[in-house]
Ligand binder design. Structure first.
Ligand code: ADP
Ligand code: MG
Length: 321
C-alpha cells in the first residue's frame, strides 16, 4: 500500500541492517531484484562469513596474492588510497583490530592492551599490495585482514542507484542502514525534496535532531551511537584508531556527508570523524562537492557549507553553529 504521499516502501534485513526501498509505483518484482542485487554484492565484500572474495585475500595473507573481480579490486584500490593519505584515520587493513574488539557483534569487553599493541603491527595499509597486471591483492604479513566495512555500503548504494536508473526509475530512495542514496525528487508527493532524518544520538530510535532535504544526492551518517558497548562508565564504539588500537575519541557524536556518490559519503564520514571538526572543516574547504554536518558531544550542529541540501532543526536541545 502506498502512504499518503503515494510512496511504496519495501523493506528487508541484509548485512545485519534494515534496508528500505521507496518507489512511486507498486513493483514488488523490482524490489525483490534490488534486494537480490544487494545480497549478491554483500556476499562479495563480507568479512563476517568464511567465504567471500575479500576473505580469500585474508586467508592467503603472508602466503600468496589472490586474483579478484574488477569491482573488488576497484574498491580495495580506493580504500587503500584513502588509507595512505597523510594522517588518515581510515584504514582498510584495520581487520585484526575489528575482529578482536567485535564491537556490534557481542563484543563487550576491552581486550588486553598488549594484545591490541601486538595487532597494530598487522594493520599497516602499505602492506596491502595491489597488482594492476593480474588484478591481484596480496597481504604481506600473515594475520593481516582487509575490512571494507567503512566503504562497502556506500559502494553498494551507488550500484543500486545505477541499477534503478538502468530500469528507467527516475524517483526513488534506497536506505542501506544509514547510507541513503536518492534518485530525482519525490515524484507525485508534491514535495520538492527528499526528507532524510538526522538521528538524535542515544535517544529513542525515531528521535531526530533535524531533517536534511536533498535531491539526487547521497546522505551518509557515521556515528558513535550506532554500534557500541558501555563498560565502567566508558563507551566503546566501532570506529577504531589503528595508531592506538582503541576506538577513536574526540568531540564528535556523528558526521553526516552529503555528496553525489555514496561511496564518497562513506569514505568521508569515517575520514572526517577521525579529523574532528576543526581539521575536517579546513579539509572540506577545498572540496566543494563534499559537504558535511558535524554533531558534537556538546550538542552543536556544524555545517561545512550548504549548497546541496537544506536543514531544519527539530530538537531544540541542539544548536546550529
Ligand atoms: P556503519 O555505517 O556500519 O556505521 P562506518 O562507515 O561507520 O559503518 O564504518 C564502520 C566500520 O568500518 C566498522 O564496523 C569496521 O568494520 C570498519 N572500521 C572501523 N574502524 C575503521 C577505520 N579506522 N578505518 C576503516 N574502517 C574502519
Ligand atoms: Mg563509512
Amino acid at each position: 500500500m502506498p502512504d499518503e504521499e503515494g510512496i511504496y516502501t519495501y523493506s528487508a534485513v541484509l548485512m545485519g541492517s534494515p534496508i528500505l526501498l521507496r518507489l512511486f509505483e507498486h513493483n514488488q518484482d523490482l524490489a525483490s531484484r534490488v534486494f537480490r542485487l544487494i545480497k549478491q554484492q554483500e556476499n562479495i565484500f563480507t568479512v563476517n562469513r568464511p567465504h567471500s572474495e575479500v576473505m580469500a585475500i585474508n586467508h592467503a595473507a603472508g602466503r600468496h596474492a589472490v586474483e579478484v573481480s574488477p569491482q573488488v579490486f576497484y574498491l580495495i584500490k580506493r580504500a587503500k588510497a584513502v588509507s595512505m593519505l597523510k594522517d588518515s584515520c581510515f584504514n582498510l587493513a584495520i581487520g585484526p583490530l575489528v575482529k578482536r574488539w567485535k564491537i556490534g557483534f557481542q563484543g563487550n569487553r576491552v581486550p588486553p592492551d598488549e594484545e591490541l599493541q601486538a595487532l597494530l603491527a598487522l594493520t599497516d595499509p602499505g602492506l596491502v599490495i595491489l597488482n594492476e597486471q593480474d588484478r591481484s591483492v596480496m597481504l604481506e604479513k600473515a594475520g593481516m585482514e582487509i575490512d571494507l566495512g567503512a566503504i562497502a555500503k556506500g559502494y553498494i548504494a551507488d550500484v543500486v542507484r545505477d541499477y534503478l536508473q538502468q530500469q528507467h526509475i527516475e524517483h526513488a530512495l534506497i536506505n542501506l542502514g544509514g547510507n541513503v542514496q536518492t534518485l530525482g525528487v519525490p515524484d507525485s508527493s508534491g514535495q520538492q525534496h527528499w526528507a532524510i532524518g538526522l538521528k538524535a544520538p542515544f535517544s529513542s530510535p525515531d528521535a531526530l535532531i533535524g531533517v536534511i532535504n536533498v535531491n539526487n544526492k547521497s546522505v551518509v551518517t557515521s556515528g558513535i551511537y550506532e554500534r557500541y558497548f558501555e563498560l565502567d562508565g566508558r563507551r566503546y564504539h566501532h570506529i577504531l584508531d589503528s595508531k592506538s588500537g582503541y576506538p577513536l575519541d574526540n568531540e564528535l557524536l556523528s558526521v553526516t556527508v552529503i555528496s553525489t556518490h555514496s561511496i564518497d559519503g562513506d569514505i568521508f564520514t569515517t575520514l572526517l570523524y577521525g579529523m574532528g571538526v576543526e581539521k575536517g572543516l579546513r579539509y572540506l574547504a577545498g572540496l566543494p562537492e563534499i559537504e558535511a554536518i558535524f554533531v558534537t558531544k556538546d550538542r552543536q550542529v556544524i555545517f561545512s557549507s550548504q549548497h546541496q541540501f537544506s536543514f531544519t532543526l527539530i530538537d531544540n536541545r541542539y544548536h546550529m553553529a
